[in-house]
Design a protein around this ligand. Structure first.
Ligand SMILES: Cc1cc2nc3c(=O)[nH]c(=O)nc-3n(C[C@H](O)[C@H](O)[C@H](O)COP(=O)(O)OP(=O)(O)OC[C@H]3O[C@@H](n4cnc5c(N)ncnc54)[C@H](O)[C@@H]3O)c2cc1C
Length: 487
C-alpha cells in the first residue's frame, strides 16, 4: 500500500471522534480528524459524564483535567426522571460529573493537540471509495475538494452521518412522535423551588401532563439554567427548524408563571425522540461510532457517554490492526461488543419513554415502578445500565466471573506499597496484574500486543485469581484462577 496520506481518517470532532483520535495517537497511529465546522460552537447538548466514562478517562490520566472543567457533582443518575443511586456499585466514581459537552470537546482536543494531532477544521467529508487495501476520502475545504487516502475511515460524524449513508447500511428504528427543546436561560429571578446547585436528579425534571415534561438544571453560573421541555405526542412540522426565543419565553411562562423573570436566553434547540441503530458498525475499511451508529432520545444522559465508550473500545483494536499485531478477528469484536451495548441503551430509553404517564393506568405503572426502584437489586440493575458500569463483554468467555469484567480500580497491595491499577493504563497498553512472574509468558501470549505492562501484586487482583490480564480499555481478557488445593 503506497501513497497513503495517513493511517486513519476520523470524520467528525465531536466527543466520539476526539476520544477515538486520542486513542489512536496514543498508540502511535497517524490520524487525521476532519471536522466540517470551521470553529467550535461552544454549545452543549450533553451535560454529564457517567461513572464508567469517568473510569475510562481515569485509565488515560484524563479525569483530573475534566474535573477541573466540571461545574458540579451529581450524586445520582435517573431512569425516566426517577432517581437511581450508583453507590451500590464498586466504583471510585459513583456519581455523575456535571460538565458541558463543549468543555469535554475542548479538553479532548487540547489533549489531542498535546500528542501532536490537530483537528482539520472547515473540512467536510463528502463521500469515500474503498478497496481491499485502502479508503479514499473526498472532502471539501476553503481551498476546494481534495482526497485523502488512508487504511481506515471512521465515521464519528453524528446522527446525520454521511459516512453511514455512504456505507448503505440499514439504520432501522422509529422516527418518534414527539419533540423536546433545550434552552440555556439566565434568570433575574429563578423559579420557585428550583435547585440552586445541581446535586441530585431529584426535582430537576418531571412529567407535567399525560405526555408533556419539563426540567430545570442549574449550570453553575448564578441564575443560569438548562430549561428542557417537550411533548411526547406532538411534533413541530420541521424538527430541524430553529426554535424562537419567544416560544421558549412562552414555555417558561406556561411552566413557571410570573414567579420567574428571564434576563437572557442564550441558546435554544429542538430535538426528536427518533431511535435508530446502524445494522453494522463495520463494512470493510470503514467503521461507525457514536451518534453516527445510534441515535435516541436523551433520556438518562447516556448518548455522549456511549459514544466515548465506543471510541475507547474501538481505539486500541484499530490501532492493533494498523500497527500489524492483530487482524480482522480482533477488529470485528468492536461491532460484536458494542452493537449489543448500543441496542441495550436504545431499549432502556424506549422503556423510559414507556413510563410517560399518558393515562390513569400508565400513571399507576409509573408509581409502582418508582416504588420498585427503591429495592436495592432493581436500583443496582438500572444504575448499572445507565451508568455503563454494568457492561460485561463475553468475547473472552464467561468461565470465570472476572472475564469480560471492568477494572474497578480498587487499591492493590504491592511490595512497594498500595497501588491504584488505573495508573498503569496511561500509555494505552495491556496490563497484567499478577501475584507471580510465572504468569508472564501465558499473559503475553494471550495479549499478543507488544505493549504490555506487568505488575506484581501481593493481594489477588480479583477474588480467587492469581493473575488478571486487562485489555487497554480496562476489561479483563484472561485470568489465572487460584488453583483449588487438593484434598
Ligand atoms: C438535547 C440533547 C441533550 C443531550 N444530553 C445528553 C446528556 O446529558 N448526556 C449524554 O451523555 N448525552 C446527551 N445527549 C447526546 C449527545 O449530545 C450525543 O450523543 C453526542 O453529541 C454524540 O457525540 P458524537 O461525537 O458521536 O457526535 P456529535 O457530537 O454530533 O459530533 C459529530 C461531529 O461531526 C461533525 N460532522 C458532521 N458531519 C460531518 C462531515 N460530513 N464531515 C466532517 N465532520 C462532520 C459535526 O460538526 C460534529 O462536530 C444529548 C443530545 C441532545 C440532542
Amino acid at each position: 500500500m503506497d501513497n497513503l496520506g495517513t493511517d486513519v481518517v476520523v470524520a467528525g470532532a465531536g466527543p466520539t471522534g476526539l476520544m477515538l483520535a486520542h486513542e489512536l495517537a496514543l498508540a502511535g497511529v497517524d490520524v487525521v480528524v476532519l471536522e466540517r465546522l470551521p470553529e467550535r460552537t461552544g454549545l452543549s447538548k450533553a451535560l454529564n459524564l457517567q461513572p464508567r466514562t469517568a473510569e475510562i478517562l481515569e485509565l488515560r490520566g484524563l479525569l483530573d483535567g475534566a474535573e477541573e472543567r466540571s461545574f458540579t457533582t451529581v450524586q445520582d443518575g435517573h431512569f425516566a426522571m426517577i432517581p437511581v443511586d450508583y453507590h451500590c456499585w464498586d466504583t471510585r466514581f459513583p456519581f455523575q460529573m456535571g460538565i458541558p459537552q463543549a468543555q469535554v470537546e475542548e479538553y479532548l482536543e487540547e489533549r489531542l493537540a498535546a500528542q501532536g494531532t490537530k483537528v482539520v477544521r472547515g473540512a467536510e467529508v463528502i463521500d469515500f471509495v474503498q478497496d481491499k487495501d485502502s479508503v479514499s476520502v473526498r472532502h471539501r475545504t476553503d481551498g476546494g475538494e481534495t482526497r485523502l487516502r488512508a487504511k481506515y475511515l471512521v465515521g464519528c460524524d453524528g446522527s446525520r452521518s454521511v459516512v453511514r449513508k455512504g456505507l448503505n447500511v440499514d439504520f432501522p428504528g422509529v422516527d418518534g412522535q414527539g419533540f423536546g427543546v433545550v434552552a440555556d436561560v439566565l434568570f433575574d429571578k429563578i423559579p420557585d423551588g428550583a435547585q440552586k446547585q445541581w446535586r441530585t436528579m431529584r426535582n430537576v425534571g418531571e412529567p407535567t401532563g399525560a405526555t408533556t415534561f419539563k426540567g430545570l438544571i442549574p449550570l453553575g453560573e448564578p441564575g443560569l439554567y438548562r430549561f428542557v421541555y417537550g411533548d411526547r405526542a406532538s411534533r413541530p412540522k420541521d424538527i430541524r427548524s430553529a426554535i424562537s426565543h419567544e416560544e421558549v419565553r412562552q414555555a417558561l411562562l406556561d411552566s413557571y408563571g410570573e414567579t420567574a423573570t428571564v434576563s437572557e436566553i442564550r441558546w435554544a434547540s429542538q430535538f426528536s425522540d427518533a431511535a435508530r441503530q446502524a445494522e453494522h458498525y463495520r463494512v470493510g475499511r470503514v467503521l461507525l461510532a457514536g451518534d453516527a451508529a445510534h441515535i435516541h432520545f436523551p433520556a438518562g444522559g447516556q448518548g455522549l457517554n456511549l459514544g466515548v465508550q465506543d471510541a475507547m473500545n474501538l481505539g486500541w483494536k484499530l490501532a492493533a490492526n494498523v500497527r500489524g499485531w492483530a487482524g480482522d478477528d480482533l477488529l470485528d469484536t468492536y461491532e460484536a461488543e458494542r452493537h449489543p451495548v448500543g441496542a441495550q441503551v436504545l431499549h432502556n430509553v424506549a422503556a423510559q419513554l414507556g413510563l410517560t404517564p399518558r393515562s390513569h393506568e400508565s400513571r399507576a405503572l409509573r408509581d409502582l415502578f418508582a416504588d420498585l426502584v427503591t429495592l436495592p437489586d432493581v436500583n443496582r440493575h438500572l444504575g448499572g445500565m445507565v451508568s455503563g458500569l454494568g457492561i460485561r463483554y463475553t468475547t473472552h468467555g464467561t468461565s470465570h466471573p472476572a472475564l469480560g469484567s471492568r477494572l474497578n480500580d480498587q487499591e492493590l497491595a504491592t511490595e512497594a506499597g498500595p497501588l491504584r491499577p488505573s495508573t498503569l493504563f496511561h500509555d494505552g497498553g495491556f496490563v497484567l496484574l499478577t501475584t507471580s512472574s510465572a504468569h508472564f509468558d501465558a499473559a503475553r501470549a494471550h495479549a499478543r500486543s507488544p505493549r504490555l505492562t506487568t505488575q506484581l501484586v501481593t493481594s489477588p487482583p480479583w477474588p480467587s485469581t492469581d493473575a488478571v490480564l486487562y485489555r487497554p480499555d480496562g476489561y479483563a481478557s484472561w485470568v489465572a484462577p487460584t488453583p483449588t488445593p487438593a484434598r
